[in-house]
Every structure is written in structure tokens, then in C-alpha cells.
Design a binder for this molecule. Structure first.
Ligand code: TEU
Ligand code: CA
Length: 548
């Protein structure tokens, strides 16, 4: 069986993880210094977001050189040490491949700007007059997705920041260049890859306006995306490595093909549908109360249909683009601990490979910045202006950012209760979250009942029980919007997982008789020997029935 089925993966955002040289910016030696902590979690892989040469306009997702390390983060020998030291601890390193676009500082783009035909065809340049972009497509960071280059009399496509020019995957030379990058890091000993927005790489033959949307329907899960992924994987020999694709606005049908072993594309996919249940009309910048029935429906569909078609999900709540889940769907107050644990249990017992984003395992919350100058993220500072242009007041715009900004998950990792949270000896590049005194690794490591130790137990359960690794999933109590419950069944092993998604007590439609069952884990003390009829606030219970 593929080991990723019993594995848990830890995502690191190096800039905010641990600063080893006192410049207030996290770095690679910082990750090395924390490998024993990472090992203590029980995780099997670490995924590091990009550390390559970059002007850092999008914190490294604007790559100027895929084969060299950004001095801000360290050196190539630091990466070699990280890979070796992690390997000594049985942990594989996964690198982040940003292949939909490069930085406009990349030598390829610089040559293109000089009118070099070969390199212009590495990107998507279109003729046109300065007053009319080729299409009405919008960048995901706001504004037009096209930038005009007067000296060339042409426009280039950038689905993200203007300094992130989309690559032309129709050009075989581009695909071969990127295969060299994969081989380079594979030969370096990395054990897996995360592919950034890889379902956007195949653009249409004809570029036309989008009469109703922002253009994503023309390039999301595009016409040749599966062909290109198969080619990339086959030509670099990574089919047996752990690979995960970040699939923006994707579909189940495509994710089944991306992750079904018979297709020889990727091991698994990130989809984001469950993280849009509080987007009003699908708009990230319009807030609504979370729609829990929609959440349950999305989980049921993605879990069951991927199961029926031998696809595989990456299961996660958090990453470096999403707000902290305990602030979003849990409680920062009275039930902070119970809700953080419940949310973890919800996804860690599901069918798929769980991902933990740094700080999630200690229940870190959004920082609630109240000053635009506290924000660093290009998407957030862009949308602050856009929201004001749309007529929002500064306070309204700041309220939306406080809930939606990607900086919510980019504050320094809270190692201890000291001023710079044990992250650095000097002032960090972004403000720390004010609750570091209560929420930090040092405090939680010593507390058996902490969120941190609850995560360690979840990770251990997946290693011990085939039903969690590879069991069939069946959802139960589907009619109750605030109860997310399911069974995992493997041969004669059955595990029942019951979660109350809300702060209020809920009555179960039928009592769960736990005769003959064993309590594996719960976020409340007690033995449940009386059976389970009601669930307390954010209550989570995991039961084993071995002789079903
Ligand atoms: O994110 C892709 C992506 O879709 C995100 O932009 C996401 O939709 C958005 O942030 C949610 O608001 C990937 C990386 O994870 C992100 O950090 C990069 O900025 C982006 O690609 C471009 O490389
Ligand atoms: Ca540093």
C-alpha cells in the first residue's frame, strides 16, 4: 500500500517558522533546528513552501531561479543538510514546484522582454494596442490578468501578480525545462513534490472574453492538463514519489483523474470547496456565516466519489493562503481547546492524507490585525484598495481582511511566551499574534490535555489502524447540519467518528450504544459507558468496534 495512506504531512512556511540567524526572518537552518520537534509530532513528510531565488513579491511563489536558494532563507548546502537530517529522522522533504508561472525577474522572462523570440514563446504574449488587453480575464490578486509591454507592443498573461508571468506549457521546450528542475531536486534526495496551481497550466487555443466570469473557466483544468501531467511524471520518473497538486476551483471528475493510480499523474489533490462555505456567492471578500450543510455535502461528495473511483484526497483545513480554522469554524474563547481538537479529528480520520499547517497543531488563531500597515501579503494589500474603491469604509475593509487575509496564517510560529515568541531574537518581519502567552509549543508540550498532544494522538491512530488508512468511509447522521459523523470500515475493523460542529449541545437522532466498543480518543474527559445521546459543545468522539 502507498505509504502516503498512513502518513501525515506537515506544511512549513519557512519565513514564519524559525529564525536561526536573528534577522527576524525564518530560514532553512531554522527548520533543521526544529526537526526534533517535527519528529515528535509523528509526521512523515514536511512540505516546505518555496525557498528558491525570488524577489519575494508573493513570498517565493514568484520564482526567479528554480535551481538556486534565496539567500534570505540560506544556501544550497543548508537544503542538503535539511534533506539529510530529516532523512535521519525518517522524514521526507517535499519541495514546492511553482510551474504555472515564473517571476518576471527570471532570466527567461528578461530575455523575452528583450524581444528574444525563443523566450517570448516561453510565456503567453499577445499582440494588441495599449488601450485594450487581449481578454477581460482578471488576476486572482485583483485587476486585469494582462500587462502591456510598450517596447514589444504586446501583452503578457499573469493570472496572479503582475510580476508572476504565466508559462506557455504548449511549448515543449518549456515542459522540458521544468522536467530538468524536477530531476535536479529528485537527484538531491527530496521525497516528494507539491505542485502549485498546477491545474491552471493548460490554456485554451483561442483566448476570448468571459461574458460572465473572470476567465477561469477557460484555463481551469484546461484541455491538455492531464496530458502534460502524465508527460511530466513519466519523463521525470516520479510516479512512486509523494506528489500533491493544488487544484484551484477544480472538479471531482478532474481530481479523480489527477489522483487515480491508473492514470499515473499525482498521488493526491488539494481542492478548496470546503473552504468556501463562508464566501457569500462564492466571493472570498464577502463574508457570510459558514453553511454547515454545504460543508457536510462537500465532504460527503468528495470523500465518497473519490472512494468509488479510486481517487485520493489531501485532507486539510489550513495552509499559508487560508485563515486559521479555529478562528473560522471554531471558537477563540471558552471552547478554544475543544473546537481546535474537534476540527482536527473531523479531517484526520477521513479517507485521504492529512496535512497540518505549522501552528495549527497548537491551535494558533488569526492575529486580528486592525491596522493596514500590519499586513504584508500582496493579495491582501491589493484587495484593501479594491474594497475601498468599491465604497467600503476603512473599518469595513479591515474587518474583511481580519477574516480573510492570507497573513492570518503567516504570523510567526509561537514556540514560547517570550516577546518574539521564541521565533527570533529580533523583531519578526510580521507582527506576532497577541495570544502567544497562552498558545505556544512550550506550554502545550508539557500539558497532556493540550491541542498539541491531541494532534499527536490523531497522527498515531492513523499509523495503527488500517480502517483509518484505507477503510471504506460511510457518513451517518447526515440530516443533522451541526453533526459531522462517519464510519471507517476495513475487514472486521470499524471506527466511528462523531463531531459536534457547534457551540451548542446537540441531540443525536439515535443513541450510540458503545457496548463492545473501545473509546480511542475524545476531546472531553469521561468514558461514555452510558452510551452517547447528546454531544456537548464541539464534542468529538472516536470509537473502535473490532468484532463487528
Ligand atoms: O495559491 C493559489 C491560489 O489559488 C490561492 O491564490 C488562493 O486561491 C487564494 O490565495 C485564496 O485566496 C497558490 C499558492 O498557494 C499561493 O500562495 C500563491 O500566491 C499562488 O498559488 C500563486 O503562486
Ligand atoms: Ca533568518
Amino acid at each position: 500500500m502507498d505509504d502516503f495512506k498512513k502518513s501525515t504531512i506537515y506544511q512549513i512556511y519557512p519565513k514564519s517558522f524559525y529564525d536561526s540567524n536573528g534577522d527576524g526572518i525564518g530560514d532553512i537552518r531554522g527548520i533543521i533546528e526544529k526537526l526534533d520537534y517535527i519528529k515528535s509530532l509523528g509526521v512523515d513528510y514536511i512540505w516546505s513552501t518555496p525557498v528558491f531565488v525570488s524577489p519575494m513579491n508573493d513570498n517565493g511563489y514568484d520564482v526567479a531561479d528554480y535551481l538556486n536558494i534565496n539567500p534570505l532563507f540560506g544556501t544550497m548546502s543548508d537544503v542538503d543538510d535539511l534533506i539529510n537530517e530529516a532523512d535521519k529522522r525518517g522524514i521526507g522533504v517535499m519541495m514546492d514546484m511553482v510551474f504555472n508561472h515564473t517571476s518576471t525577474e527570471h532570466e527567461w522572462f528578461k530575455k523575452a522582454l528583450c524581444g528574444d523570440e525563443k523566450y517570448m514563446d516561453y510565456y503567453i504574449f499577445k499582440d494588441g494596442s495599449a488601450d485594450k488587453p487581449p481578454t477581460n480575464w482578471q488576476s486572482k490578486f485583483g485587476g486585469s490578468a494582462w500587462e502591456y509591454v510598450p517596447k514589444l507592443g504586446k501583452w503578457y498573461l499573469h493570472l496572479f501578480d503582475v510580476t508572476q508571468a504565466d508559462l506557455n506549457w504548449e511549448n515543449k521546450e518549456v515542459r522540458d525545462e521544468l522536467k530538468k528542475v524536477i530531476k535536479f531536486w529528485k537527484d538531491k534526495g527530496v521525497r516528494g513534490f507539491r505542485f502549485d496551481v498546477v491545474n491552471l497550466i493548460s490554456k485554451p487555443d483561442r483566448f476570448e472574453d468571459d461574458s460572465e466570469g473572470d476567465g477561469r473557466k477557460f484555463y481551469t483544468d484546461g484541455p491538455r492538463v492531464h496530458e502534460y501531467l502524465k508527460e511530466l511524471v513519466a519523463d521525470t520518473g516520479i510516479e512512486n514519489m509523494v506528489t500533491v497538486g493544488e487544484m484551484s476551483s477544480t472538479s471531482i471528475e478532474n481530481c479523480i483523474r489527477y489522483s487515480n493510480p491508473a492514470e499515473k499523474e499525482l498521488s493526491m489533490c488539494f481542492n478548496f470547496h470546503h473552504l468556501k462555505i463562508d464566501y457569500k456567492d462564492g466571493n472570498k471578500w464577502e463574508i457570510q456565516e459558514p453553511d454547515y450543510m454545504a460543508l457536510k455535502e462537500i465532504f460527503r461528495e468528495w470523500q465518497c466519489r473519490m472512494q468509488e473511483n479510486d481517487g485520493w484526497n489531501a485532507v486539510f483545513w489550513c495552509n499559508h493562503d487560508q485563515p486559521r480554522i479555529v478562528s473560522r469554524l471554531g471558537s477563540e474563547g471558552k471552547y478554544w481547546k475543544e473546537s481546535a481538537k474537534m476540527l482536527a479529528a473531523c479531517i484526520h480520520m477521513m479517507r485521504g492524507t492529512p496535512y497540518i499547517y505549522q501552528g495549527e497543531e497548537i491551535g494558533m488563531t488569526n492575529p486580528h490585525f486592525d491596522d493596514i500597515h500590519d499586513y504584508r501579503d500582496v493579495e491582501s494589500t491589493n484587495y484593501f484598495k479594491i474594497l475601498l474603491d468599491e465604497g467600503k469604509s476603512e473599518d469595513e475593509a479591515l474587518e474583511i481582511l481580519a477574516a480573510r487575509s492570507r497573513d492570518n496564517s503567516r504570523t510567526p510560529m509561537q514556540w514560547d511566551g517570550s516577546a518574539f515568541v521564541g521565533f527570533s531574537e529580533s523583531e519578526p518581519w510580521i507582527k506576532v499574534s497577541s495570544n502567544y502567552g497562552d498558545i505556544n509549543v512550550l506550554r502545550e508540550e508539557g500539558d497532556e490535555d493540550s491541542v498539541l498532544n491531541f494532534y499527536k494522538k490523531l497522527i498515531k491512530l492513523r499509523k495503527e489502524y488500517p480502517a483509518i488508512q484505507d477503510g471504506k468511509i460511510e457518513f451517518i447522521f447526515e440530516s443533522q447540519d451541526k453533526v459531522l459523523a462517519y464510519k471507517r470500515i476495513y475487514e472486521d475493523q470499524e471506527i466511528t467518528v462523531i463531531n459536534n460542529l457547534s457551540e451548542s449541545e446537540v441531540e443525536l437522532p439515535e443513541e450510540i450504544n458503545i457496548q463492545g466498543m473501545k473509546l480511542l480518543l475524545s476531546n472531553y474527559k469521561g468514558d461514555y459507558s452510558e452510551g452517547i445521546k447528546k454531544l456537548r459543545a464541539y464534542e468529538s468522539v472516536i470509537l473502535l468496534n473490532n468484532k463487528r
